[in-house]
Design a protein around this ligand. Structure first.
Ligand SMILES: C[S@@+](CC[C@H](N)C(=O)[O-])C[C@H]1O[C@@H](n2cnc3c(N)ncnc32)[C@H](O)[C@@H]1O
Length: 280
């Protein structure tokens, strides 16, 4: 009987088998899934995802992207949940290491980029400490998608000579300890991740350190997704605008956010809402 070609499923399996027909040591891939739109997944992320035995994913990864993993791959959500058990970071680290030590190809799929407020560094360290191979596939971080969809560049000659990504939350859940004086200087863009609930404090701090309340600002919730929402406002208007959004959102402050208006009327304190697609 002639030897038949491996079926697609077997072909995927070959990726994790050594030439001797034994399982090669497993590995962990920290993969950035991008901000939500499956078309913003990189080709490399897709290729790696298609080799997965196990996909360990967080809550920001869309179903459409999870559907791209092999049907046989085990999917484990480690999303933070209010009502059910949430995995502590230590448990996630241990899970990744254990699966890899079992010889499996583990894809740790994260929203955006694994190394931008994604705790990818902690997972990398855990793998290194256990002697497990860990490789990283970068992803499109939310700030890039938000700015692109709003038509507002994060750097712009003459009005944004730098861009800084900061967190709106310290690990204890409080306001972060940031260089407010530095961030308050004009001609730069500040992107605040996880800052919706601390928007009032952030706005007050930046203005207290000298940034004008009239500085253009933008809030983008669910960037790149069908339910994306953009609010054009000002630094002074950030708290009120933040109160209107639901879902993962970024606050972006800086003179270049004036371009989010796309030539429309002057930016006022608050609030102009555009649904996704209205400008892009
Ligand atoms: C734990 S951080 C993860 C960031 C992610 N690693 C990245 O590179 O985009 C979660 C925060 O990222 C932001 N975020 C993630 N996805 C987003 C999206 N599609 N639209 C707007 N903000 C998003 C929000 O500020 C959210 O609170």
């Amino acid at each position: 009987m002639s030897q038949s070609k491996p079926k697609p499923k077997d072909a995927k399996r070959l990726v994790v088998l050594s030439g001797r027909g034994e399982r090669a040591p497993g590995a962990v891939w920290l993969v950035g899934a991008g901000p939500g739109d499956p078309e913003l997944l990189t080709i490399k992320a897709l290729k790696v995802l298609q080799t997965a035995d196990v996909v360990v994913h967080d809550g920001l990864v869309s179903e459409e992207i999870l559907d791209l993993a092999p049907e046989a791959a085990r999917r484990i959500s480690v999303a933070k949940r209010k009502s059910r058990h949430s995995y502590a970071q230590g448990e996630i680290n241990a899970m990744l290491v254990a699966f890899a030590q079992d010889g499996l190809t583990v894809v740790r799929l994260k929203g955006g980029d694994p190394f931008i407020f994604g705790r990818g560094g902690e997972e990398l360290e855990a793998c290194r400490a256990a002697g497990v191979e860990c490789r990283i596939v970068p992803g499109v971080t939310a700030a890039l998608a938000a700015a692109a969809d709003a038509g507002a560049p994060l750097t712009h000659r003459g009005s944004a000579q730098a861009v800084t990504f900061v967190t709106g939350h310290a690990s204890a859940g409080d306001e972060p300890n940031l260089d407010w004086e530095g961030l308050a200087k004009a001609n730069q863009t500040v992107v605040i991740y996880m800052g919706v609930s601390t928007a009032a404090g952030i706005s007050t701090r930046l203005m207290g350190a000298g940034r004008l309340g009239s500085t253009p600002a933008l809030i983008v919730a669910n960037a790149s997704r069908a339910n994306e929402r953009r609010i054009v406002t000002t630094l002074a208007g950030l708290p009120a605008a933040a109160a209107e959004v639901a879902g993962p959102a970024l606050l972006i402050v800086g003179e270049a956010m004036a371009l989010a208006q796309a030539g429309a009327a002057e930016i006022v304190a608050h609030v102009e809402v555009r649904e996704r697609g209205a400008m892009s």
